[in-house]
Design a protein around this ligand. Structure first.
Ligand code: DX5
Ligand code: ZN
Length: 225
């Protein structure tokens, strides 16, 4: 089954604890934390202090998506905060191989995020060292952007690379994910779907929004071909 990972980026930041508890009660599989530094991306969000506070109010696994320059500076603080998976951007470091190794040494899942403009082939020699790839389907920085259609062939290609290099690798898709495109993404090999604005919004409660995802995925079978 595909895992659903709500991103708190579009939750009410004055009530983050409630957002995390709502997501957990609604059956989310993990919580996605979008960490932005105002340099790698124009936006600025939060750091390990907020992750640590969330870890105290939810038992959902926490995954940090670091949209930061020099991401390695944040590894230990986020591990200490209780985050179990850390994804950094391939575009943010000259030494992705070393950084993946470092994350595994720290005892957390090592994830690589990749921007829409970077060829997925650039991941080929890194896949054996990674536990997860976060395939960006928007340019990182903001919630509520339109899904980039080119993601479909990129995901298919990444799934092929995975089959050869590291079948245990988890593929997550992040950005513009909705109940409408979720089944196709699952069918192409996504294991985790990250969604902010289609989970936390003013249209419906979190539970209803997650149910829409699950119904859509059930019609597709929710499994990889
Ligand atoms: C974008 C973030 C995403 C974002 C997704 O920079 O990495 O995780 O929260 O937001 P939606 O689901 O609204 O596109
Ligand atoms: Zn993200």
């Amino acid at each position: 089954m595909v895992a659903l990972a709500p991103s708190i980026l579009s939750a009410d930041f004055a009530r983050l604890g409630e957002a995390a508890r709502d997501a957990e009660a609604a059956g989310a599989d993990l919580l996605h934390l979008d960490v932005m530094d105002g340099r790698f991306v124009p936006n600025l969000t939060f750091g390990p202090v907020v992750a640590e506070a969330l870890a105290r109010v939810t038992s959902l696994p926490l995954a940090a998506h670091l949209m930061t320059v020099e991401p390695e500076r944040l590894f230990e603080p986020f591990v200490a905060a209780g985050v179990g998976r850390i994804c950094f951007h391939l575009e943010a470091t000259p030494h992705p191989h070393r950084l993946l190794t470092r994350l595994r040494e720290l005892g957390v899942e090592a994830g690589l995020a990749i921007n829409p403009g970077t060829p997925v082939e650039a991941l080929t020699d890194l896949l054996p060292e990674a536990d997860a790839v976060l395939l960006m389907s928007v340019n990182p920085g903001f919630a509520g952007q339109r899904f980039i259609e080119r993601t479909y062939p990129r995901l298919a290609r990444l799934a092929e690379l995975r089959a050869r290099a590291n079948p245990d690798l988890k593929i997550a898709v992040d950005g513009g994910v909705t109940p409408e495109n979720a089944p196709r993404l699952a069918g192409l090999g996504a294991d985790v779907l990250v969604a902010a604005s289609s989970v936390f919004n003013s249209r419906a409660p979190v539970r209803e929004n997650l149910d829409r995802f699950r119904r859509a995925l059930a019609t597709q079978g929710g499994a990889r071909p």
